[in-house]
Design a binder for this molecule. Sequence first.
Ligand code: UDX
Length: 436
Amino acid sequence: MNILIMGMGYVGVTTALLLTELGWNVTGLDPNESRIRMLSQGVLPFYEPGLDDALRKHLASGGITFTSEVDMAVCDNEVIFLCVGTPSGSDGSADLRFIKEAAESIGKNMPGYRLVVIKSTVPVGTNEQVVQWITQAQLTAISFDVISNPEFLREGSALRDALEPDRIIIGSENDQATERLRSLYEKLSCPVVVTKPKTAELIKYAANAFLATKISYINELARLCTKLGVNIADVAVGIGMDHRIGAHFLRAGIGYGGSCFPKDIHALLFTAQEHDLSLTILEKVVQVNQSQAVYYLDIWEQLLGSFNGKTIAVLGISFKPDTDDIREAPAIGIIAKLLKSSAVIRVHDPVAKLPGSMYSEQLQQFDSLEETIQDCDAVILCSEWKPYITADWGQLKSLLKQPFLLDGRNMLDGAQLTSQGYHYSGIGMNWTQMHK
Ligand code: UDX
């Protein structure tokens, strides 16, 4: 079976490589020609561990090819995955412009039956809309099916998540189409849930919103722990062992970021609003997340006296480790607040880069950790990259003007650092109080 993947972003490239890995002939399509050239040469347009090796392996074996020519691609492939972007509109709704364009080009160019699979995260009801858009674009009536098959990939572990999913969700109205899609995933050993398209669409949003809720819950509890002198990590271990709660997504920190949680929750809130409904818990989840970094920055500012005129190192600007994605990264909000407080900021990240427009005399990025923290009054750790966890902080201390380590992800050993003479402060713990 020949498969076309429309949209060579993060989800598209990973899905394309997953299906190639499963033995299918795959074509990746994107209107951006320079992106297609890069991919054809074995270069990923973003950072993702393991994905570049898979790309080069499958290019060499001929299992995957890339193109910008939509007409031919739709003609040559019977199964078409929609992996185009669904950015946030200004009102928080999901902007379906690219989905519409893709559906119309399928309708215009399909010479015979096509199975269209929606992978992109789309609001409930989009499946029905895609059916309409394809039908309206057709010159003559040709049959097709549209299945909703959301992905649950995490940046940083996308290929592993794709190869070892917890479940596959198939939202379909047609049994034959369902079996066809099921056969594509035959080699994956995980439960397959077959349901209605609308249910499949909602499952994706509901899963992301629930995970974000767990994080905001533990983050808000962390604020209480800071006041009480209780360690939130111990609380998380204690509650996470109850299998009804589960141990994952209970790491307190300066808040969740990335391209999915913030965007998807806003889209879900928007859908609820369209139906005259307020999802009050989710509204609070967003509020807690938006105020979490600021809450701890205020505490840290008090520790330092003031940020005004201080030199602060900000480490880890991506929204989490193992990605170069800085969309909605808490570090970016922290930098903005420090700039307002007239601090001088020195930034480091193993992979992610500050946008050129952000550079100024007050804000610069450095290549080495040592150079970044040189003569700083404090270090703020924003994402838990391995090089920061394994760094020899005992040695690095001599480079700092003042040994303040402000750990936004609770990634370092506070007890050890305190014994080495650091003023250490994390999230959901009051180190000084706890160790009096
Ligand atoms: C998420 C979902 O996990 C994935 O299933 C979906 O397909 C896309 O959205 P991703 O955004 O790549 O994936 O990252 P994830 O690992 O889920 O982390 C999201 C954010 O939550 C990060 O900023 C991370 O630092 C934060 N986080 C995660 C916490 O603050 N605490 C935790 O315990 C877990």
